[in-house]
Write a protein that binds this ligand. Structure first.
Ligand code: DER
Length: 241
């Protein structure tokens, strides 16, 4: 099975297993969440699901959902969701996550902290023993004095030894494909923190980052995951926190 087929398997299964008619659903961002959004649109269209409203976590998910006719609302009118479904860049054994590879971490976290259930959908390549080395940790920062903020982050005790890199090109990929600074949906910049060793204390790093003036939020999603659905070459497995 190709990686895309694995992503489609878990994207579809997450909707089949966790979304019921009448729910308020958070829609994640990225190539795996794309399939969950596709499945939701399909089931609304064929009448299997009714009376769903959804909250997108990025402009591109909003556009995909609109193209599928999924009714959309915001947290301003629906600040409690039944379920949110999203991908991740890394999942550790405690189901803590690194997210933000697609540049959508702020809206994702805002939506996903409001969901009764947060379902993470990944292919097996995202599993790791410790967060960090496998995928750089995205940190969303304000554009004002961003070089100063980048240096401040790099010198934080919990981030010691990291290589802090300003994300260039499009914010949705950390492949620098241009000489422009990447800008998020919220008009902010992203610094990607490259670690050589596994992050020892993710919650401590999370709070230190959050308490740094100029940092808007970061891609550590700790103690948020309800269940992770994993597609691997030997089929689908899921783990609950
Ligand atoms: O940017 C994000 O947080 C995405 O959800 C990312 O973590 C997963 O994207 P993928 O499903 O395209 O790998």
């Amino acid at each position: 099975l190709s990686q895309d087929e694995l992503k489609k398997m878990v994207g579809y299964k997450s909707v089949d297993d966790y979304v019921e008619s009448g729910m308020v659903v958070g829609l994640g961002t990225g190539s795996t969440a794309y399939f969950a959004v596709e499945r939701l649109g399909q089931k609304l269209k064929d009448g299997e699901l009714k009376d769903i409203v959804a909250i997108p976590t990025s402009v591109r998910t909003k556009e995909q959902a609109e193209s599928l006719g999924i009714p959309l609302v915001t947290l301003d009118t629906h600040s409690k969701l039944d379920v949110a479904i999203d991908g991740a860049d890394e999942v550790d054994p405690d189901l803590n996550l690194v997210k933000g590879g697609g540049g959508a971490l702020l809206r994702e976290k805002m939506v996903e902290v409001c969901a009764d259930k947060f379902i993470v959908i990944v292919d097996e390549s995202k599993l790791c023993d410790g967060l960090g080395p496998g995928f750089p940790l995205p940190v969303e920062i304000t554009p004002f004095c961003h070089e100063h903020t980048l240096r401040t982050i790099a010198s934080l005790p919990t981030c010691e030894g990291c290589d802090a890199v300003l994300r260039m090109g499009s914010s949705s990929t950390n492949k620098p494909d241009g000489d422009e600074i990447a800008v998020t949906d919220n008009g902010n910049y992203i610094v990607d923190l490259h670690f050589k060793e596994a992050i020892k204390d993710a919650p401590a790093m999370a709070s230190e980052l959050k308490n740094t003036v100029g940092v808007v939020d970061h891609g550590l999603f700790c103690d948020m995951t309800t269940a992770v659905i994993i597609a691997g070459s030997d089929g689908i497995s899921s783990y609950c926190s």
